[in-house]
Design a protein around this ligand. Structure first.
Ligand code: RTP
Ligand code: MG
Length: 137
């Protein structure tokens, strides 16, 4: 099943010079294609849409501060089972619980600074592509 997913490499990944390594892991999966790739500094309005489901949670404000703290890399990745596939490459939200071999498991420690976001369902992917790439909706 061909799908598309919206991936963000968070400010920690850019600051630490890990974007090439992470993009490379995604790019090497058979048949997956990066159909959009851009470095940007996000504004609060965009992030309010993206993280709408987390409004009111205790981690929401620190997460917003972190996400505007520096540039991110925004991508659309297309291919077979790519939504579940990128989530698997990323590993679980808490990097310390993430297995070695996953992106978060190899490079992360802090829950907030967990390097990568990837859409968690087809509905989320379509919603998030519209937010970051309105021309690609
Ligand atoms: P994402 O949406 O970024 O792919 O991450 P996720 O599904 O694994 O995690 P989610 O629960 O959607 O949380 C979104 C992001 O908020 C930060 N977070 N901090 N307790 C905390 O301090 C906390 N919990 C979540 C992480 O950056 C997480 O990826
Ligand atoms: Mg999430």
């Amino acid at each position: 099943m061909t799908q598309r997913t919206l991936v963000l490499l968070k400010p920690d990944a850019v600051r630490r010079g890990l974007t090439g390594e992470i993009i490379s892991r995604i790019e090497r999966k058979a048949g997956w294609k990066l159909t959009a790739l851009e470095q940007r500094t996000l504004d609060r309005a965009t992030l309010e849409q993206h993280y709408a489901e987390h409004v009111g949670r205790p981690f929401y404000e620190p997460l917003m501060e972190f996400m505007v703290s520096g540039p991110v890399v925004v991508m659309i990745v297309e291919g077979e089972r790519v939504i579940e596939g990128v989530r698997q490459l990323a590993g679980p939200t808490d990097p310390v619980a993430a297995a070695p071999g996953s992106i978060r498991g190899d490079f992360g420690v802090i829950v907030r600074e967990n390097l990568i976001h990837a859409s968690d369902s087809e509905e989320s992917a379509e919603r998030e592509v519209k937010i970051f790439f309105p021309d690609r909706a």
